[in-house]
Write a protein that binds this ligand. Structure first.
Ligand SMILES: Nc1ncnc2c1ncn2[C@@H]1O[C@H](COP(=O)(O)OP(=O)(O)O)[C@@H](O)[C@H]1O
Ligand SMILES: [Mg+2]
Length: 455
């Protein structure tokens, strides 16, 4: 097996043959005159390999073969040879939803998808596509390609080597159509990550057998009964109520019981933070509608007293991506400080982005801050490995919401399967943000087998 980089060009020479320069033949240990299988993404054909007396590392492809392979453009590609077959690639697909607009085909997510496609195009050939863009009859996809000069343009391409799943809607993701499409793609031999959104409860439950990692999950109950909720309020300083399939802090309540004072509930409604007090648990229970089934699919969770800056809790986003060897790495860390009176740290509810060093440096000495960060990094990798071990589909990227309490214990509130990139808006984290994009496509390269390993 060997991998090389070459220029792929079109030739008018007779079809049914590929023409490789001697430099390329040598670097790939090829044997001219032999019949080889050539593929690009999942398109393939058989040709005779011939040598051509030209300089440099070049591969000349007759037009009809270029068409058969659905090569969207000519230029620099990696070529891999193993067991008498040649692969041009790698070809990456970003799966998402699209609308037909030429300038912003992915609506408000266009700039995010453009970042992915632009980075993927540095590591190989990359396009974005919607499930409806796949034509199974020809096993092709009409993808959205991007170049800084041309902007977005559409081209037909084969099914890709790897799919990075960025379907944005939890509802669509669960639909029978999409689930069967994902299985169909997997059965076509295409690694697809990340499989789907996580639900909070699924992750907590999945970690239960994981031993060590489970120690970082606060005590949680799905669909608590009034008695269970009251019990939790007696046992913990405060309790979070969170929709298991929620995000962005929507629908979250923070409940507290203070002896002699009563029950307090904090939440956000119509853009404002609210606090209500009830003398009795029954008043609180009525307000949150626990008897009326309004808390169906909610998790009640032990509240963690987080580290604070200026009297506001802070927590951390740990963005993990697998590297070119398929191993977990902490790609980026952001710190979020809650807005005054907010029950979550989200920026949209008044939260503020900080670098982890800045934040912890305001509480601890530099060395203690570094120790805590190192500890949290180790925990995040342990959690990622445990989640992966217990999942039935490949996981390549995770975003953890982690908290650190006043005793230095690390807690996990949430694992995101499709983490946003908002922490990288912080000026000091922009470079890290760029590096994460490279890492992501290193991992895609690993999955495609173009990393020089045995895959
Ligand atoms: N058990 C908890 N104890 C303390 N704070 C919590 C707890 N659960 C959530 N939070 C706070 O609320 C934020 C949002 O919770 P999270 O579980 O990430 O839900 P969402 O999906 O809405 O982001 C967290 O980042 C954290 O600041
Ligand atoms: Mg969260």
């Amino acid at each position: 097996m060997s991998i090389s980089t070459c220029q792929v060009l079109v030739t008018k020479r007779p079809a049914r043959a590929l023409y490789a320069t001697s430099a390329l033949i040598k670097s790939l240990s090829l044997k001219p005159g032999k019949t080889v299988r050539i593929s690009f993404g999942k398109a393939e054909t058989t040709v005779t390999l011939r040598s051509v007396k030209k300089s440099g590392s070049k591969l000349y492809v007759p037009l009809n073969i270029k068409n058969q392979l659905l090569l969207p453009h000519i230029g620099t590609f990696k070529v891999k040879s193993s067991n008498g077959s040649l692969r041009i690639g790698p070809l990456f697909g970003i799966m998402t939803t699209a609308n037909p607009s030429a300038t912003s085909p992915f609506g408000t997510r266009t700039s995010l998808i453009r970042q992915f496609v632009a980075s993927g195009s540095q590591a190989g050939t990359c396009f974005a596509f919607a499930p409806k863009n796949i034509d199974w009859a020809t096993r092709s996809v009409t993808g959205y390609f991007y170049s800084p000069g041309k902007g977005w343009y559409r081209r037909k391409a084969p099914l890709p080597d790897v799919i990075y799943n960025r379907m944005p809607s939890r509802k669509t993701e669960k639909s029978a159509n999409l689930v069967s499409l994902k299985y169909r793609l997997t059965h076509a031999g295409i690694p697809l990550f990340n499989w789907s959104f996580f639900e909070k409860w699924d992750i907590y439950r999945l970690l239960e057998p994981a031993g060590e990692a489970y120690k970082h999950v606060p005590q949680s109950i799905l669909n608590p009964s009034p008695r269970q909720l009251k019990g939790m309020l007696d046992n913990h300083d405060f309790v979070y109520l969170k929709p298991t399939g929620g995000s962005l802090g929507k629908g979250i309540y923070r409940l507290t019981y203070k002896p002699h004072k009563g029950y307090f509930v904090r939440y956000r409604l119509s853009g404002r933070n609210r606090v209500l007090r009830f003398a009795k648990f029954s008043g609180l229970a009525r307000m949150i509608g626990i008897d009326k089934g309004r808390l169906r699919n909610y998790v009640a969770q032990q509240g963690i007293r987080l580290l604070e800056i200026d009297g506001c809790p802070i927590d951390f986003r740990f963005h993990l991506i697998k590297n070119i060897r398929g191993r977990w790495t902490v790609a980026g860390i952001g710190c979020k400080k809650a807005g005054k009176g907010s029950v979550t740290t989200h920026v949209r509810t008044g939260g503020q982005l900080l670098t982890p060093g800045q934040a912890l440096g305001r509480i601890y000495s530099a060395s203690r801050a570094q120790d805590l960060l190192d500890k949290a990094k180790a925990v995040s990798i342990q959690l990622a490995e445990a989640i992966e071990r217990e999942s039935s589909h490949p996981v390549g990227e995770l975003g953890f919401d982690l908290g650190i309490d006043k005793d230095g214990r690390i807690w996990m509130f949430e694992a995101n399967a499709k983490p946003g990139r908002s922490i990288y808006k912080h000026p000091a984290l922009k470079n890290e943000g760029r590096a994460t994009l490279k890492l992501l496509f290193d991992y895609c390269t690993y999955l495609s087998g173009f990393n020089g390993g045995d895959a």
